[in-house]
Design a binder for this molecule. Structure first.
Ligand code: NAD
Length: 293
């Protein structure tokens, strides 16, 4: 039978480790979370992040800015947080209202406080394999950890991993992380010819598309490990809304060696990795101060 990877459990283990490392380092990491506007999903995400930060013993500061905030105002806030020694992590919840260029905003975050890992310095470090002090995007970092919960490093080496989706937030950094584990990596995207044929060759499939049931049973090789990043809200025949991933879970599960459910797979990992990134940023910040003084 397939292993159903328990993302909640792995995520809880990460949080326990964050709590004990924080206590050992004797620091209070400061996380600033910026929300512009009142997108319902974003508000929930931001609230969850702030609450989890408090639970970890961090000091979290949430900035709820009105929907008509100018780009300049956001840049000024980030500038002041960049210079605030009590703040170690800065997160801007995306998407931003259209008057604000999210590129400009993300690139204005000090790279050492960029806990989402979207700054060019961090993406550059990830792609060049200089990951010792890089902040890695949370969802792919969590996905790799879930793969490692069922496969050892030596098992991962040489495997064919297929990433479906090429976003900057998930697909591309996921491909970099898998390369770093010595996988042979193929990225499938919206212009790929014969995606099913390619996907069928995969020992590991990471789906990050945003289309319910996109990955069908006949796209999956017997014994593959499947990580479903997708979060799609659908309406059932009974008129209820429910969350599903990108993988046709019920039909795929009999074929795979391990698979993540939605919800309860990758989702809980993302927030745990954010806490881990914030702690790492704070610990590095502290050691820098110690070195300089
Ligand atoms: P995105 O829309 O930025 O990217 C989707 C990717 O899918 C694109 O690169 C596109 O090329 C590819 N794609 C679209 N149609 C395709 C097709 N027909 N064939 C092959 N590829 C196709 O989305 P994203 O931000 O990468 O997110 C992907 C999914 O993951 C969404 O459902 C999102 O909600 C979810 N997500 C979950 C988490 C989490 O914490 N679990 C975090 C981020 C995103």
């Amino acid at each position: 039978d397939a292993v159903i990877i328990d993302g909640k459990q792995v995520a809880a283990d990460v949080i326990e480790s964050v709590k004990s490392r924080r206590a050992m380092a004797d620091i209070v990491p400061g996380l600033a979370v910026i929300l512009v506007g009142n997108n319902a999903a974003s508000s929930v995400y931001v609230r969850n992040k702030s609450a989890k930060a408090e639970e970890c013993g961090f000091a979290s500061q949430q900035f709820d800015l009105p929907v008509d905030t100018s780009e300049q105002e956001v840049l000024e806030l980030i500038n002041s947080l960049n210079n605030d020694t009590n703040i170690h992590g800065i997160l801007v919840q995306l998407p931003l209202p259209k008057q604000i260029d999210s590129h400009q905003v993300i690139q204005s975050i000090a790279p050492e406080k960029d806990v989402d890992g979207f700054h060019y310095l961090n993406t550059g470090k990830l792609t060049t394999g200089d990951t010792n002090d890089a902040l890695v995007p949370c969802t792919p970092a969590g996905s790799i950890q879930l793969i490692k919960s069922v496969m050892g490093a030596s098992e991962l080496s040489g495997k064919h991993a297929v990433v479906v989706g090429r976003s900057n937030i998930v697909g591309k950094p996921m491909a970099s992380l898998l390369l770093q584990e010595n996988c042979t990596v193929t990225v499938i995207h919206s212009r790929t010819n014969n995606p099913g044929e390619i996907c069928r060759q995969a020992d590991i499939v990471v789906a990050a598309v945003g289309i319910p049931n996109f990955i069908k049973e006949d796209w999956i090789k017997q014994g593959a490990v499947v990580i479903d990043v997708g979060i799609n809200r659908i309406t059932t025949d009974e008129g209820k809304t429910k969350l599903v991933g990108d993988v046709d879970f019920e039909n795929v599960r009999s074929k795979v060696s391990a698979i993540t459910p939605v919800p309860g797979g990758v989702g809980p990992m993302t927030i745990s990795m954010l806490m881990q990134n914030t702690l790492d940023a704070a610990i590095r910040g502290k050691s820098l101060i110690t070195k300089e003084s």
